[in-house]
Design a binder for this molecule. Sequence first.
Ligand code: NAD
Ligand code: IPM
Ligand code: MN
Length: 357
Amino acid sequence: MTHRIAVIAGDGIGTEVIPEGLRALEAAAKRFNIDLDCQTFEFGSCDYYLEHGKMLPDDWFEQLKDFDALFYGAVGWPEKVPDHISLWGSLLQFRRQFDQYINLRPCKLMPGIKSPLAGRQPGDIDFYVVRENTEGEYSSVGGKMFEGTDREVVIQDTVMTRTGIDRVLKYAFDLAQTRPRKKLTSATKSNGISITMPYWDERVEAMAKGYPEIAVDKFHIDILTANFVLHPDWFDVVVGSNLFGDILSDLGPACTGTIGIAPSANINPEGKFPSLFEPVHGSAPDIAGKGIANPIGQIWSGAMMLEHLGHQEAADAMLKAIEAVLASGDQGVLTPDVGGQGTTESLGRAIAEKIAG
Ligand code: NAD
Ligand code: IPM
Ligand code: MN
């Protein structure tokens, strides 16, 4: 069976880490006899926008909907195109139109990486952020009035639906069920945000009744961010709204040493539409073009893609290769964000070689 993968590199370091993601996937595909048919698309980048006046062609949905997965780099280059235009014109459309309502973001302290949190060892930080990915604070409901006058008004609503909350909670509870600690933490802000967040809490309580073996904790987002730093070992599966999940999924990886290794899966669990796999990080204009971006976030996202496509053994081998190369501490191979003097390519090649076995 052939898996058809649409590859979109996007902007900045997206174009540098995608080739390493593909190199690793190729090595895994060869070793485990997986047939991957990768097709590259030029759209979904700010350069495409500058040429065409839009981020995607009008028929992008038709072009992509029959792929088995999308493998995405990063998008955004604020000097060329304002971020809300580039992101709402590409990535956020994919998440919405392909109903990728789960954003799954593992956060794990890897061997060989020094956590900025004193004394933390691998094993101390190992949790998932499950982020609601299609509604919440990322709504397109709102508008402007009296533009250009001193009476200017801007409004953007938060949209939370019972269906939207319940389906992400169900995914998170099911995930917690598969984990040894069976622990779920819900992030809200029900003291200050008095309608949507208490409603989320109510839905958590209702869902928890169906999962008596799961220990459920809830925190307001402010103290939760503090606890990510002070007690990262408390967490197992952390579920939150679109915005809270976004914030926690940068903070978590920062606690594991670098955002450069963090992967993510934007999943449509029903498989009606393709899911999308991309690193958590962005296009990093500050280091783009230097060849020093860490490719692990992209490679690990590739592992999540293979797992999603049913190739658990290959995904495990990819993760083991990442861990082995990080644990080697080879300064000449590792990128600067993890203490080395190597390049995107040296790290990518070392991981691909390990995957090849
Ligand atoms: P960013 O993630 O691009 O960069 C934040 C910091 O982390 C920078 O200092 C960068 O050098 C560093 N960094 C990121 N990835 C790294 C890697 N692989 N290796 C080493 N260091 C790495 O976030 P930002 O600066 O807020 O955003 C830059 C652009 O990317 C903006 O246009 C933003 O909207 C966009 N963005 C896109 C995505 C996405 O496509 N999913 C995610 C986040 C940001
Ligand atoms: C992410 C990014 C995006 C988000 C931006 C670029 C719109 O930060 O994937 O985490 O907020 O979802
Ligand atoms: Mn983010």
